[in-house]
Design a protein around this ligand. Structure first.
Ligand code: NAD
Ligand code: MG
Length: 410
């Protein structure tokens, strides 16, 4: 095979480099050093892990939290690395828009990833999007900014990446083409593993500790998304993410439980065909697809053993046990204000659960309380035309959600 020319080397900013998606991305870079150069890395609080990545990848910029910037600068100086150290949201936005960066891997967890994702979209970058929360909160702004600047958004959330792979090429390059009847797209199907409580009772969910809830049967991921998988809020967030990525209303997106996590999602066509993408539950596959798109690169892993797949099962979700699915559909129908509410209330509730302040089953209760709170509903029809409007709403929701946690409204 021909080696790519140096002008083809993709220059990466990996935002959230110290997390689970960051790890998988950098494993792929190690395998394909001739194709990728790491220009910028962000890591928030994990300075030592970030420093060891700096020694390995020698980026031009790193970004950490404001509290860690002095410590990080001192250590970079001691190592004589000559790397510029940035901090906070401004630092992330700077890294996402550097003229020397082609591709931004948006792998920060939660609302904290929004401003850098949006900055990358305005700057016309190729965005490998893991941070689903930025589309849940501000999908209209991110998609419009990308369209105006020519930025491309390649989903690396495994379900959305699977759907992307099963769509016709014209729809991959312009999501509006999904409405062109000649493509015959009937609906999208998101698969969900069902998480660790699929076969457990509501009582077992109610008494689950953070350690129980973090365990996922198939995937190894960061803490927040692991809890979101246990409550199935992850699938709710992914539903809203899919509405924005593929320009469809929620009723055109089905959710099916598939505990095996082999079929990563499907596109249903009017002729009865269902196209699916299959693979091992390993995030390196969707990340490799997006890194190399439209080419393909190896992940270095073994092929999925088809002979070992004796039985693949698909089930209807239990909406009573997993109310997050209905809450997300309601928010998607209600619009941006409700989606910001769903996301922020969930983030507060997940943190409170991890801090053992509330139960796992209270997470949906906090979200529902916020979605029904008059002071928040009053803003659901605001136009949220600016990032600042979205961040202000996010803050309002957080204080209502905190009042639930503090007052123990269960
Ligand atoms: P993680 O917790 O493992 O890593 C999160 C990263 O974000 C870390 O690098 C951390 O330093 C950084 N970070 C945390 N708080 C920050 C803040 N306030 N400001 C700046 N940086 C901050 O999370 P993860 O599992 O890698 O998930 C990252 C994103 O990818 C999430 O949006 C998640 O939903 C999505 N995602 C993850 C997976 C997965 O398999 N892990 C799969 C699909 C989508
Ligand atoms: Mg996913």
């Amino acid at each position: 095979m021909n080696e790519p020319k140096s002008s083809c080397v993709q220059r990466l900013a990996v935002l959230g480099a110290t997390g689970s998606i960051g790890d998988s991305t950098l494993q792929l870079v190690r395998l394909h050093r001739e194709r990728y150069r790491v220009v910028a890395l962000s890591g928030f609080h994990q300075v030592d892990k970030l420093l060891s990545l700096c020694q390995e990848f020698l980026p031009d910029f790193v970004c950490v939290s404001d509290e860690k910037v002095a410590e990080c600068r001192q250590k970079i100086d001691e190592l004589g690395l000559g790397i510029q150290v940035l901090s906070g949201d401004d630092g992330l936005a700077k890294m996402a828009t550097l003229p020397t960066v082609d591709t931004v891997v948006a792998a920060i967890v939660g609302a904290a990833g929004l401003s850098s994702t949006l900055a990358a979209a305005h700057a016309g970058k190729r965005i490998l999007l893991a941070n689903k929360e930025s589309l849940v909160m501000a999908g209209h702004l991110v998609m419009a900014a990308a369209k105006a600047s020519g930025a491309s958004i390649l989903p690396i959330d495994s379900e959305h990446n699977a759907i992307f792979q099963c769509l016709p090429k014209p729809v991959q390059t312009d999501n509006q083409a999904i409405h062109d009847s000649s493509h015959g797209i009937k609906q999208l199907w998101l698969t969900a593993s069902g998480g660790g409580f699929l076969h457990k009772s509501i009582e077992q969910m109610r008494s689950a500790s953070p350690a129980d809830a973090i365990k996922h049967p198939n995937w190894s991921m960061g803490k927040k998304i692991s809890i979101d998988s246990a409550t199935m809020m992850n699938k709710g967030l992914e539903l809203i993410e899919a509405c924005h990525l593929f320009d469809l209303p929620e009723e055109h997106i089905g959710i099916v439980i598939h505990p095996d996590s082999v079929v990563h999602s499907l596109v249903e066509y009017v002729d009865g065909s269902l196209l699916a993408q299959l693979g091992s539950p390993d995030m390196k596959t969707p990340i490799a697809h997006a890194l190399a798109y439209p080419e393909r690169i190896s992940t270095g892993e073994r092929s999925l053993d088809l002979y070992a797949l004796s039985n693949l099962s698909f089930l209807e979700p239990d909406l009573e046990k997993f109310p997050a699915l209905t809450l997300a559909r309601v928010a998607a129908q209600r619009g941006t204000g409700a989606c910001i509410t769903l996301n922020a209330a969930n983030e507060v509730a997940v943190s409170a659960f991890l801090a053992e302040q509330i139960r796992l089953t209270d997470i949906a209760a906090v979200v529902q309380y916020c979605l029904e709170h008059p002071s928040l509903i009053a803003h659901f029809d605001d136009d949220f035309a600016q990032l600042s409007d979205i961040l202000a709403m996010d803050q309002k929701v957080r204080s209502v959600a905190m009042s639930w946690v503090d007052e123990g409204l269960a």
